[in-house]
Design a protein around this ligand. Sequence first.
Ligand code: HEC
Ligand code: HEC
Ligand code: HEC
Ligand code: HEC
Length: 116
Amino acid sequence: MKKLTIVLSLVLSVFAGNALAAKSSPLLDQTHLEAGVKCASCHGKAETREAVKMTKCIQCHNTKKLAEKTKNVKPTNPHKNRHFDTELDCASCHNVHEKSENYCGSCHLRFDFVVP
Ligand code: HEC
Ligand code: HEC
Ligand code: HEC
Ligand code: HEC
């Protein structure tokens, strides 16, 4: 019985480990790759890759639809806000090759977003 408990808790901790890894979310380059979005879909075919502008992001992510999709996110809709409505630059919060950041939180502590 004891042995079984140990085996079970080992199995469970492996699952929990995976869930945790998934929680400390993957970077957006990974997420996009998994969704079939290649480097060139964002960067184009240019030889040297430069930071991708928001105009590119919104070719695939419509800002109005995005705001609609996240309208019930608490504590407030990250895609529609008092200052910039639906047009705040994605890059204020979303980084693609490094961890994203919570732009609102720098001034409003209560907007504690976890940004993918
Ligand atoms: C979803 C759009 C997107 C995809 C897909 C993407 N990138 Fe990027 N890339 C960006 C953005 C935005 C930046 C600016 C830095 C950041 O946000 O992390 C960037 C920056 C870079 C830079 C540095 C350029 C600079 O001067 O800052 C390189 C190099 C790069 N990407 C290479 C790649 C490669 C290789 C892939 C494929 C594995 C890829 N990118 C996929 C959006 C993308
Ligand atoms: C070629 C189309 C395309 C471009 C360009 C693109 N994306 Fe995406 N993006 C997708 C797809 C497809 C998904 C996966 C399905 C979804 O969540 O909408 C996705 C998912 C996401 C997600 C959700 C990730 C998650 O973990 O839930 C974010 C955030 C995102 N994109 C931000 C960006 C940003 C910022 C840019 C510009 C730098 C960008 N995307 C450019 C197609 C694109
Ligand atoms: C103020 C910070 C902020 C800005 C600016 C921002 N986002 Fe987000 N985004 C978030 C947060 C927070 C989430 C996670 C929402 C949740 O908890 O479901 C998110 C989620 C997403 C998702 C996944 C939505 C879903 O539920 O499937 C996509 C796609 C996305 N953002 C794209 C973008 C694009 C494209 C832009 C620019 C037009 C942008 N975001 C601007 C904070 C931001
Ligand atoms: C550079 C600092 C700064 C950033 C970043 C910022 N705000 Fe504000 N915000 C303020 C200030 C200052 C006020 C008070 C003046 C006003 O009402 O416009 C305010 C007021 C507000 C209000 C109305 C008053 C309240 O507290 O309810 C909301 C809602 C709000 N901001 C949401 C946001 C959201 C969402 C973001 C992220 C997309 C954000 N803010 C980013 C500085 C900032």
